[in-house]
Design a protein. Sequence first.
Length: 213
Amino acid sequence: MSARFGRLAVAAGVIPLLLACVLTRPAGAGQAAGFGTLENATVGYTLRHPADWRVTGRVLTTEFSRGATCQSVHVVDFQPPADSGAAGFIRHAFVQLCAKPGSGGVSLDAWLESRYGAPLGARFKPVEVGGLAGWRLHEPGEPSLTFVRTELHTIEIVAAVATDEAHAGLRRAQVDAIVASLAFRRVEAAQEGSTESSTYHERGESWQVATVW
């Protein structure tokens, strides 16, 4: 069974397991309690998230995510019973990053226009995420899609809140804070025999929306 955001399919019944390449480490000195940090050394990004969110793989299937390496931070407010059929919708929020190596020999602007049509500004707005210039698409009823590019990767960032009114305000604030915490760093081209590594840090027990990031 799957719920849907418009044309984008969301996998229901997502099992919040850590990716095989993600390691758990204790909190470091000076790190704020109540947060976790997801670090991907291969793509070169880090983000902070509430400690009760879980690191998993792909949550939302987009055209870009097929064939990409995806990691997400995800929280579930309600998981429908397995026998609920089409009437059962998962209530959750997540931020998902999917990365593909290379640029296809064209600029990010040209690449997006080839997929979404020109002019780019008709549907996207320019943004800056983690120090990188990018473009964001946010249409009513759909998750926000943001595209950025590093020297080695094109990255899609999906941010979504699909939950009940009791949780919606908190989840939107948390999603905004997670996206705002994203940072990118330069990575060297992969060497033969190298392996992908990511690090997951669990910190503390609680997270309050009033916390300043």
